[in-house]
Design a protein around this ligand. Sequence first.
Ligand code: C2E
Ligand code: CA
Ligand code: CA
Length: 843
Amino acid sequence: MTLTKLLSCFRCSVIEVFVKYLIVYPKENPLGKRLLTAILLCSTSLAFMATSFQLLVDYRSDVSGIELRMHEIERSYLASMGESLWNMDSKQIQIQLNGIANLPDIPFAQVKDIQGQVLARAGSSSSQFKTFNRTIPIQFIADPVSRKTIFLGTLEVSATMDRIYKRLWDKAFVIFVSQTAKTLLVAIFILVTFNYLVTRHLVTMAAYVRKLNLSQLSVPLVLSRKAPPQTDELDVMVLAFNDMTEAIKRDVSELTEYRTELEELVIKRTTELAQKISELEENEERYRKLVEISPDAIIVEREGKIIFVNSGALKLIGADRPEQLTGMSMIELIPSDWHEIAQDHLEKLLANEKELRPFEAKMMRFDDTVIDVEISRSFFHDRGLLAIQTVAHDITKHKHYEAQLRTQALHDALTGLPNRILLMDRLEHAIALAERGNYAVFVLFFDLDRFKYVNDTLGHDAGDQLLKIITKRVLQCIRKSDTFARLGGDEFVLVLGNIASEDLVNQLLSRVVSAINESIIIEGQNITMTSSIGISTYPKDGKDSATLLKYADTAMYRAKELGRNGIQHYSPEMLTHTSEYMAMESRLRQALENKEFVLYYQPILDLRSGKIIGAEALIRWQHPEFGLLPPARFIPVAEETGLIVNIGEWVMHAACVQAKIWEKAGLMPIRIAINLSAQQLFSPYFEDKVKQVFVDTGLSPHSIEFEITETMSMKDPEHVVGLLQRLKAIGAHIAIDDFGTGYSNFGYLTRFSIDHLKLDRSFVQNIKNNLNDAVLASSMIGLAHNLGLSVVAEGVEDKEQLTDLVAYGCDEMQGYYFSPPVPPEAFAEFLKGNKSLDLSLKG
Ligand code: C2E
Ligand code: CA
Ligand code: CA
């Protein structure tokens, strides 16, 4: 029972295995199928060849067996057959034939007589397959001695292959079946083994590879099998796989690192960019606001059409809305006679000319009035197009003041005569003409004798009247082309140009002298004036205006020395060989060595707070014989001899030392103003000396202000512009001294780096009694403010002057009203006592 069950089970599993490995497995595993086919083909053909060979051999031996049987029949039956036939014993023949036909593979035998008649037969000759027939002669040995034989008939035997073929078929069948079964079993065995050893691992590998992703790279491929004793192909595969994943892992981690870096970089760049953009936006916003609130007119053109104007521009041009201007071109706003200048400037701008300065031009307003403007332009690229920004600044007022200043600043207010500036201009002009025409020019320096006496006894008004009368008389006796100028006080200069002979000079001179000497009645007094006259000549005495004027002055002094009311022609000895001059020069040198110079300090006050905010250092000479000498007594000689440079250095050093002392005493910060002479300013060592002084004294340059005059700076403006910039760069301040007595060129002033304008004493003095000077003073203050400079009024002597200056908006003052220059100790007392200016001016 159990056995049959077991058997059926076994059959079942065998069938299963067959189905699995011969039908299903090959379908799912093409590799197995091919292997199976190869095994089957190969094994079948081998089996076929072996079987065929075996069958061939069997067939051969069977065939030879038949042959052998024929021989046996011949050997054993033929003798007895012959005897039976001799004896005609047909019964015996039949028996013998039956015996033959009973032999295996012999189905039929018959005996024929000599005539061929069948005597007897046994078996049947019907055969499926081939038959072999043998005809054997039957003989009878008649005489055994002579072996004489008698032929009796024939025995015919048929042999058949039926049995042999059948056996061969059976055998072939058995072989085929057993071979097939064996082959199948072997194939299955191979497949199972192949599956166990290879295929399932291939499947594992495939699954592994299919599952493989970046996160799983660190899980290595492992096959579920016992490690083979020797590394096999699968191991090599696994190793190759794991090497590959390892390499991928490495690459991936490198890539990841790179990616992180890239990401960080991108984040960094993005933040930077965002920041830049926001900064740009902020800047743009700030710029926009600036542009909007700028009092200057700002106009932007692109491709020759206005695309933007600020409110300043609307105001300047008198438009209400920007649309009135947009679409127009800038040139339409400029009168045609200024087009060339504007175009020229634009070309220079586009050619990137360095240090292109703003230019002055005119602009037309919407109400058809024309205004003066200063235009500066710049260009940039806006969306790939050339855009030009014009900044226009209304300088109409400025121009007006300047023109006013020019005429007024060139003439003496009292007499209307040219002043020193115009005189120098005319003199230069006369020299230029004379140079070309080979003429001479005469400079006559007049100084009225004892004018001070008239002033003191009869009063200033009488003095002024006297000057006016003399002026009028002199003008009547000179030619139109001659220049008669007043230098100040009682000093006049007559320039005679275009002179062919000296006779003419003498004629003119005697007329002028008698005009001066003619008696004058003032306030009931009969006055006779005399004058001392010095004369210098171009080209004999000098080639330039300054020299000629100086020499005429020197000659005039000589005339005075020689007892007044005389005329002196300049000669070189006058300058250097006057006893006074020579004595002075050597004394000045000694004074420097003997430390006879001292500095006095005059307070400078702020007009808003009334507090002391600075001091001007003014030199004095403590002369052992003559006492304290003012600069007017020795500075001109110092200038003449060049000693001023050394004296100036001493002043600079002494002022800085003093400032440092006050700083240490806690009395600073105030600024100390130091006067510079032209020779210092143009000395090549000047800058080094300045720096050295600050190093030596340890004082900050911020505490120092250098005072220079306009006249000095005009000698070489380019040099001075640079020098002042460098002085400012180290922190020092700059003031223009005696402003209003020189060129009063505001245009130039803008190029200098200046902090303060010091309004000359002469303006301040006349504020209250000369309307002209009052207007001038106030307009100069206004203009200075326009340029961002603050104004110091010099020589303020009384309350009225102060009141007016405050009303004009003046920033600072300096003058006897508060204090004359005082020794340093006295100045320190001011600072300690907080002495200040009383600004409660009404009352
Ligand atoms: P400044 O630079 O114009 O100096 C101002 C002058 O005006 C001083 O004369 C001062 O005493 C005087 N002053 C001040 N307040 C009044 C006032 O209310 N009324 C009047 N009538 N005068 C007043 P000071 O000290 O005689 O100096 C004369 C000139 O000498 C100075 O003119 C300056 O050009 C020159 N100077 C003085 N010290 C130096 C120096 O250290 N170096 C150089 N190179 N020049 C100097
Ligand atoms: Ca000064
Ligand atoms: Ca001055």
